[in-house]
Design a protein around this ligand. Structure first.
Ligand code: MRU
Length: 351
């Protein structure tokens, strides 16, 4: 039985609002904010107060339910019209993590069966709650599969935050580290700081330390040296979108690590739920890559560090080609080999 970890949930549904851990304030302050309007939800996703593909999807789902619960419309046609507009609005908050569109689509298709406005509101709320509950179980399953790939005392490198606060609970890439405790395995985690937003330094170290997981922080440019000198056994990362052929978008810097893994001949694992797969896209070059404000690079904690007016390129994600990925760990098991065929089989078996 998995012990109850003392890590906070990032998203909580409170019937008429969302209670959200403000990840921008971590690790110095643990602050929860209330999201009461669809604009609050859009802003929280856009400004990374909530981030991580599954947590973005869960928040957007609650956001749509929240918006719909406040509609005055009495007829279903105008209710659906308004819902579609709000769905589009929330979907526009961030482009790369497909869980956002996945969760909103799931609500939209479920609500089609409603025969009254009241029933539609209930369906939307229930479905959002269900998405969050399922994600917790899915992450636990991913963690169990991922743990089977590690030996006691392994040293594992990760980037960004694919942890509990990026999901409903446990995380994806970080789930095996929590589950290792119960399985009697000791794993040592190396967290790459993840410039420019520092999810590794601020969030991954914060949540792993609370669960007493052995974690060491490095800067991104220390990865090769750390692999060489500390004897890193494997790299594990999360994902924002995985295409039909297994190409994987994840936080900027992930591709660098995959190339390093190949150079050092250590496994490079991607851990992700099926809600992060986008079988409608053939390959990674079709994934929309978010580019963010130049200030994330030219400024550090509000302090300008680059010359005024310098040209900046700030992609938030990169795409790791499938051939660099040793295995993709899902709730349904571990894919390794011909991803195109395995992903097709996985999705056709679901319907
Ligand atoms: O920009 P972010 O912080 O939302 O990016 C998050 C990541 O890249 C995560 O690794 C990914 O979403 C997986 S979260 C389980």
């Amino acid at each position: 039985m998995t012990k109850n970890f003392t890590i906070p949930q990032s998203v909580q549904w409170k019937n008429d609002h969302i209670f959200l851990l403000d990840q921008q304030k971590l690790p110095l302050e643990t602050v929860y904010i209330e999201l009461r309007t669809i604009q609050d939800v859009w802003d929280a996703i856009f400004t990374l107060k909530v981030r991580g593909a599954p947590a973005i999807g869960i928040t957007a789902a609650f956001g749509l339910a929240l918006a719909a619960n406040n509609y005055d419309e009495n007829d279903l046609t105008s209710f659906h019209e308004k819902l579609n507009k709000d769905r589009e609005f929330l979907a526009s908050s961030r482009p790369t993590a497909v869980n956002l569109a996945w969760a909103l689509d799931r609500l939209s298709s479920k609500v089609k069966s409603a025969t009254s406005v009241n029933e539609a509101k209930t369906i939307l709320t229930h479905e959002a709650i269900q998405i969050q509950a399922e994600d917790e179980e899915v992450c636990r399953q991913i963690g169990t599969h991922a743990l089977s790939l590690f030996k006691d005392q392994d040293k594992v490198l990760t980037i960004c935050n694919a942890g509990s606060i990026a999901t409903a609970r446990y995380g994806t890439a970080l789930a095996p580290f929590y589950l290792a405790k119960d399985a009697g395995k000791t794993l040592q985690v190396f967290a790459s700081e993840t410039r420019p937003v520092l999810q590794g330094a601020r969030l991954t170290t914060w949540e792993l330390m609370q669960a007493d997981v052995d974690v060491t922080l490095i800067t991104d440019n220390m990865a090769a040296h750390t692999i060489a000198t500390k004897g890193i056994n494997a790299i594990i990362v999360g994902a924002d979108r995985i295409t039909a052929n297994g190409d994987t978008a994840n936080k900027i810097g992930t591709y660098n690590l995959a190339i390093l893994a190949k150079a050092f001949q250590i496994p490079f694992y991607v851990a992700a739920p099926l809600s992060t797969f986008d079988p409608t896209l053939e390959a990674g070059h079709l994934i929309p890559i978010e580019e963010r404000d130049a200030k994330e690079i030219t400024h550090i904690f509000g302090q300008q560090v680059a010359p005024e007016g310098v040209k900046v390129f700030n992609p938030a994600f990169d795409v790791t080609p499938n051939e660099l990925i040793s295995a993709i760990i899902t709730e349904k098991g571990i894919l390794r080999g011909n991803y195109k065929v395995e992903i097709e089989q996985l999705f056709s078996s679901l319907f």
